[in-house]
Design a binder for this molecule. Structure first.
Ligand SMILES: NC(=O)C1=CN([C@@H]2O[C@H](COP(=O)(O)OP(=O)(O)OC[C@H]3O[C@@H](n4cnc5c(N)ncnc54)[C@H](O)[C@@H]3O)[C@@H](O)[C@H]2O)C=CC1
Ligand SMILES: O=C(O)[C@@H]1CCC=N1
Length: 268
């Protein structure tokens, strides 16, 4: 499917690289546009054959599906600009946090097909999580096409749009929490005398292995935790220290803060 993307920043770049790497799209079927020419040049150097569109409108005219990967405040003005002259738009996939389907559909011509999606940066390495909600004009074929495109980058989940801020706070922002946890754990290793590289490799390998174990066994996380925790041993001493520091509450407060921030951003 001819696919375009407007905005080749951190998330747009990760998503498109994932789509290309997985073969969900071929380079010759991709049109990109970004205000910053160097972003397009970098992508073309990695994936020769990708087309650089002359403008946002040219990208929209060339493709069957167009990903909008600009900052939230830029999405509605972009949809208004693209809709000028009653242009019939391709299937739009917006990945902006806190911009609702209602707001987007209001800016577009009647019948414009819009999917709201929330990916995360691990899409770049085909291990992303992508949630989506279809807009009112989206057909079954559109939804299937969007799923095919996105599923190259990772696991795809359909969610009620009303859940999107919660989803965003878990999996959209989540990589930032995980990287902070990995940095903290490796710092702890360094404090205990391990070389930085070793500490980081141990921490990352452990996070990856634990997530795979959870996924592959289908066990509850607490059952898997218990298998590590010898009575009177070292793990329970560490877990008690995490509890004393408010570890679980810190995660809950982080997610609540992200949801609150998304609610503040909505409608702005
Ligand atoms: N960074 C992340 O982990 C995630 C971001 N998102 C969403 O993705 C969107 C993009 O975020 P980032 O990639 O982090 O931002 P970014 O600032 O890295 O990228 C935005 C890109 O859009 C370009 N741009 C802005 N307006 C444009 C226009 N009218 N025409 C062409 N190019 C334009 C900018 O030059 C920039 O390269 C946001 O709406 C954000 O909410 C969603 C999930 C995760
Ligand atoms: O920080 C943000 O607002 C975006 C949305 C989810 C991840 N990054």
């Amino acid at each position: 499917m001819k696919t375009g993307i407007i905005g080749l920043g951190k998330m747009g770049g990760a998503l498109l690289r994932g789509m290309l790497k997985s073969g969900a799209v071929a380079p010759q079927d991709v049109w990109v546009y970004d205000h910053h020419k160097e972003n397009m040049a970098a992508l073309q150097a990695e994936h020769p054959g990708v087309h650089e569109a002359e403008s946002e409108e040219a990208a929209a005219d060339a493709v069957e599906a167009l990903v909008l990967a600009v900052k939230p405040h830029a999405v509605l003005p972009l949809i208004s600009a693209l809709s000028e002259g009653d242009r019939e738009l391709p299937l739009l996939i917006s990945i902006a946090a806190a911009v609702t389907l209602d707001e987007m559909e209001e800016r577009a011509c009647d019948g414009t097909r819009i999917v709201r999606a929330m990916p995360n940066t691990p899409c770049m390495v085909l291990s992303g999580v992508i949630a989506y909600s279809p807009g009112t004009a989206v057909t079954d074929e559109d939804e299937e096409a969007a799923r095919r495109l996105l599923s190259g980058c990772g696991s795809v989940f359909k969610v009620e749009e009303s859940r999107m801020n919660a989803v965003s706070a878990i999996s959209g922002c989540g990589p930032a929490y995980m990287f902070t946890a990995l940095d903290a754990l490796s710092d702890a290793g360094v404090a205990m005398g391990l070389p930085r590289k070793t500490a980081l490799e141990l921490a990352a390998g452990t996070m990856l292995g634990s997530a795979l174990m959870l996924e592959q066994t289908g066990e509850h996380p607490m059952a898997l935790r218990d298998a590590v925790t010898s009575p009177g041993g070292t793990t329970i001493a560490a877990l008690n220290a995490l509890d004393e520091c408010g570890f679980r509450n810190a995660w809950i407060q982080a997610v609540k803060s992200a949801v609150r921030r998304a609610e503040e951003m909505e409608g702005n």
